[in-house]
Design a protein around this ligand. Structure first.
Ligand code: GTP
Length: 356
């Protein structure tokens, strides 16, 4: 099965799950395949048939993962068949069948979503307890119930912690630690999703780029730590004005990007102007007056995410070249001529940045 390096955290998680499914099916097949014959020879054709089903499913999943890098039913058939085989084997074989209940219960936590695995395992544990109660002496019934229950509990704790670790690592890999905004790792995926909505449903999205003006002079004048605090406050001010569905990225030192789903350039342009006003209207850290430049680009038919972003980038460059503290709309070919400066302290030269 392909083991390529993932290009973003989401793909890394998907790759991890595929590897897990592959190894579980592979080693379970190796362990269980000989039992088909053993059970057949011992005169248990039904169990032998169930094991054939289990091995057949494992083989198909292994082949699909090797050849197409995909599998079906989210790997649910494996744990389902495993618990059925283990239960039936315990009923007809006694202790020698019971040994298989332990790996089956643990596999449930590896392959199913946590809540589903807990429900499924509780059911499995109850059935196995009933079987043990009728099949074995009372002391064994208690031993089996507690040891199987403890195995399930350990597996559940492990799966829960791995899930939390995975979520935390994904959060760390996809967000900027300073501002909490998304970083560039998700950029292509999120822009591509908007492009697909545009192509499929003809619903347009826009993106806004915002870059603080003369930010270098803030660092030079007030120090890097103050610069960091300004960036944090900037993200807070932007976030305050955005909807839940909008996505805020920090894509460069003092450059932010906002993806606005289902938003035409006219509305995006209005929002960008309001955002620039919210930046220039009130000093940062109570003292530092700042302006920003922005560009707006509505996604066009047939363009790729990099072309879309590049259009916005060019427009932002124009906004800077035209004197900053303004919005340039990338959708208009004559955007440069129509850019309108905003009122505010942005007319300051870099060395004029001073306490308000
Ligand atoms: N404090 C702080 N500064 C940063 C961070 N990332 C980038 N910078 C600074 O941001 C400044 C960006 O400078 P420039 O690219 O010249 O841009 P600018 O001074 O804003 O000028 P214009 O964009 O042309 O208006 C540099 O001084 C960087 O060191 C950061 O995380 N924290």
């Amino acid at each position: 099965m392909p083991n390529t390096t993932a290009t973003n955290p989401t793909l890394a998680v998907i790759g991890f799950k595929r590897q897990l499914v592959y190894h579980l099916h592979f080693w379970a097949f190796i362990a269980v395949a000989p039992l088909v014959l053993v059970q057949w020879k011992q005169g248990h054709p039904l169990l032998s048939a169930l094991l054939i089903l289990f091995c057949g499913n494992a083989l198909v999943v292994i082949a699909l993962l090797r050849l197409r890098d995909t599998y079906f039913l989210k790997g649910r058939l494996f744990p389902l068949l495993a618990v059925v085989c283990a239960t039936y084997s315990t009923i007809i074989n006694g202790h020698s069948g019971l040994y298989w209940a332990y790996p089956a219960a643990i596999a449930l936590f590896f392959l199913l979503p946590l809540k589903e695995a807990i429900v499924f395992n509780s059911l499995f544990l109850s059935i196995m307890s009933v079987v043990a109660f009728y099949k074995f002496p009372e002391a064994d019934f208690w031993r089996i119930t507690f040891s199987l229950g403890l195995s399930c509990l350990f597996a559940m704790i492990f799966a829960w912690l791995v899930g939390r670790l995975q979520a935390e690592l994904t959060r760390l890999a996809t967000t900027d630690p300073l501002t909490g905004c998304l970083n560039r790792s998700q950029l292509a995926d999120i822009l591509n999703a908007q492009i697909q909505i545009r192509e499929r449903y003809e619903r347009v999205s826009s993106l806004v780029l915002i870059d603080l003006d003369f930010f270098k002079s803030i660092n030079d004048h007030w120090g890097h730590l103050a610069g960091d605090k300004v960036l944090k406050e900037m993200a807070q001010r932007l976030r305050k004005r955005l909807r839940e569905s909008d996505q805020l990225f920090r894509i460069g030192g003092e450059e932010f990007m906002i993806v606005l789903p289902e938003t035409r350039h006219k509305d995006a342009d209005r929002l960008a102007r309001q955002l620039l006003t919210s930046i220039s209207a009130r000093p940062f850290l109570n003292d530092i007056t700042l302006t920003a430049s922005a560009s707006v680009a509505e996604v066009s038919q047939g363009e790729t995410w990099s072309v879309w972003l590049n259009r916005a980038d060019q427009a932002l460059y124009q906004a800077k070249a035209l004197g900053r503290n303004q919005v340039v709309n990338a959708s208009r070919p004559d955007a440069a001529l129509q850019a309108e400066p905003l009122l505010g302290p942005g007319d300051n030269a870099p060395d004029e940045v001073a306490p308000a």
